[in-house]
Design a protein around this ligand. Sequence first.
Ligand SMILES: Nc1ncnc2c1ncn2[C@@H]1O[C@H](COP(=O)(O)OP(=O)(O)OP(=O)(O)O)[C@@H](O)[C@H]1O
Ligand SMILES: [Mg+2]
Length: 357
Amino acid sequence: MSTENLVGIAEVAEIAKVSKQAVTNWRIRYDDFPRPVQTLQSGPVWERETVVTWVKNFQGQATHVLSFINLKGGVGKTTTAVGVAEILAQEERKQVLLVDLDPQTNATVTLISEEQWAERDKSGRTIAQLFADKLNSHEQPKFDLEQSIIRRVSTINDGIARLDLLPSSIRLIDLQDRIPMIALSGNFTANPLDILKSVLQPVMDRYDYVIIDCPPSLGTVTKNGLRISTGYIIPTIPDIVSTWGIYQIVDNVHRFSQDIDRPLPALGIVATKVQPNNLHRRVIEDLKARRLGHFGEAGALPQPPVFQSTISQTVAVARGADVDADIRTFKGKYGNAYAELRHLTQEIKQICEKKKP
Ligand SMILES: Nc1ncnc2c1ncn2[C@@H]1O[C@H](COP(=O)(O)OP(=O)(O)OP(=O)(O)O)[C@@H](O)[C@H]1O
Ligand SMILES: [Mg+2]
């Protein structure tokens, strides 16, 4: 760790615009105040990024960065991430950036037209170009963040004023397996897990929320999302097969969070595509009672909480991609799931914006 990233009490006070005494009080009062990485003769020192995140969070100005993750495909990650992002921007009047990390580009093409996507993809204005640049480090980098962020996206209201999108591309499929080996391509300076962070950090302050739609894996691309996340959400269909891998996700993310030395809490599990049958009802009950398998075993991690809100399987969502569907209103796009998504968004907001006592 380089020493320029380390800060002492005086600098923490300066960052937070409070007295040194206030910082000392926070250390005593709040258990979650970051632990110093070292104690020098001049006093304790912290890693700047960790302290800045804590201070911003404490002062209620943090950018909440939430990854939607499940190893299983088709469980409603994208639908939930996009719905929550749209509601945060339109109804909660938050500044929101949706980052599509999935080469399937589902979030991208529900928020912009295919024509618009094709044009951007051709000119390298997608997340794939960002990773391609790192793999082709001998060439001039082409990715330009400001050019790549699309403003006012969504079919709702013909565009939601506070909702921005960093789109994905199917080109990412060919790149993603090579990203862990960027050093082999001659690029020794870029850490494969810090690629997204390095470009997003300068614009992060513009947003209240960054919502990351991840592919159904925990590969390097998803880890790039987790690297900048302040928490993650696990959408799952409430059936045996879909909930099977949840322990693995929590365990993996926990280990990753230890590697990068930052907290990465699971905000919660959300039941999606819920149908009114006994199996779904029973699995939801088990989830809410924290009886999900593996978690209860000796030495195992605790099960993450479960959101009260559940998202029903609805015709409106299923036919969302249908060009004839009226997807310019929340009600048309999500049908009965709209009220549920709204409720879920409230719960997420409450967790994120909880003020310290
Ligand atoms: N609440 C719902 N009601 C009906 N259909 C839904 C609902 N949620 C998602 N779907 C449909 O299920 C399919 C998968 O949903 P979605 O793309 O959100 O899942 P995903 O977990 O992101 O999938 P992937 O792993 O492929 O990225 C889509 O066709 C979507 O329209
Ligand atoms: Mg998806």
